[in-house]
Design a protein around this ligand. Structure first.
Ligand SMILES: C[S@@+](CC[C@H](N)C(=O)[O-])C[C@H]1O[C@@H](n2cnc3c(N)ncnc32)[C@H](O)[C@@H]1O
Length: 318
């Protein structure tokens, strides 16, 4: 597809996807889809979204949570979470309020995103008090925020050298189990950059699980429309050729060094959620466009790739 936008415009458009995601999450939270006491600090206002969007976000957030929980059940909290392309994700604060706060939580995104996240954290006591160590010390160095057990770091995930340096500065270690999150991010990287990143992470973390949520089945008509809509906003999916059927996404992870990998489209994920969860959510809003929801769910997938025996049995129905 021809692209009339420059590299910088394109990055701006990619960065704007974080605002979209945060607004959609805030809208769904306000409607009661799930609880998040922190999302409203990151986006002040969100217009009401269509029910199928809210439901899609619910399935995404709930599925990620389900696997995060499975990971923590297997290794306990003496582990690290590395959130790639974290945007304004509030997972760190939500875990801090549970019994599942982990030893080290590292977030990476473009510097302009992490700088804004850092600014929002500093301005809001409710966020800041959860990241201060015993001395209340939060160090901001060259735009990066370091606290005891929480690091927010600006870098381009396409530059592997930079990623390695930032992870080292945040104390990431192959000695501890690692949960790697990539929610709607790898697809924005050029295939060779994504490959280098994933291969490095697989090698660096021998006991780990990687959760990837992103588009799939983009080769069909509906997929083409999705791509065209994104392109019109100046946002191309550099990794689009990897957005094939879920089985191919799992195969790709195995080829990059992950020992096990499974992938499901979001329709399959939705049906695997506990029945009472689905019933509660279905009662929140009338759904006019059932067909549209089915189409959307068929074009997003969750992939779980693992290394190490302790995570080998992570599964949708585990
Ligand atoms: C759709 S948002 C998702 C944010 C978050 N993961 C979530 O699900 O709410 C995509 C994020 O990936 C980040 N991103 C995309 N390409 C990146 C790159 N090359 N380096 C760093 N961050 C990147 C964007 O800045 C943006 O914050």
């Amino acid at each position: 597809m021809d692209n009339i936008f420059s590299w910088t415009d394109e990055n701006e458009a990619i960065i704007a996807t974080n605002t979209d995601a945060t607004e959609c999450k805030r809208c769904a939270v306000e409607l009661g889809y799930w609880k998040d006491d922190y999302i409203s600090y990151f986006v002040k206002h969100a217009d009401r979204k269509a029910p199928e969007i809210n439901r899609g976000y619910y399935a995404r957030v709930r599925a990620m949570e389900m696997f995060i929980h499975q990971f923590l059940e297997r290794c306990g909290t003496k582990c690290q979470i590395i959130n790639l392309g974290c945007g304004y994700d509030t997972l760190y604060w939500r875990l801090k309020d549970s019994t599942q706060a982990v030893a080290n939580f590292i977030e990476l995104d473009f510097p302009s995103v992490t700088a804004k996240k850092c600014h929002i954290i500093k301005r809001n006591k409710q966020l800041l008090e959860k990241i201060s160590n015993e001395d209340g010390e939060v160090i901001i160095r060259q735009g990066d925020l370091h606290a005891d057990g929480y690091h927010l770091l600006g870098c381009d995930l396409s530059c592997l050298g930079e990623v390695k340096r930032k992870l080292a500065a945040a104390g990431a270690t192959g000695e501890l189990p690692a949960l790697l999150l990539a929610e709607c991010v790898l697809v924005y990287l050029r295939p060779e950059s994504a490959r280098a990143l994933l291969e490095h992470l697989a090698g660096a973390f021998p006991r780990s699980a990687l959760l990837v949520y992103e588009q799939c089945n983009l080769g069909d008509k509906f997929g083409e429309v999705m791509l065209r809509n994104l392109s019109a906003r100046g946002c191309s999916l550099a990794g689009e050729r990897h957005c094939r059927e879920p089985a191919a996404q799992a195969e790709r992870m195995r080829a990059l060094g992950w020992e096990q990998a499974r992938s499901w489209d979001m329709h399959t994920v939705w049906r695997a959620l506990p029945e009472d969860d689905r019933a509660r959510v279905e009662a929140l809003e009338m759904l006019d466009e059932r067909e549209l929801l089915l189409q959307l769910n068929a074009h997003y997938a969750l992939t779980v790739a693992t290394r190490g025996d302790m995570f080998a049995d992570m599964d949708l129905n585990a």
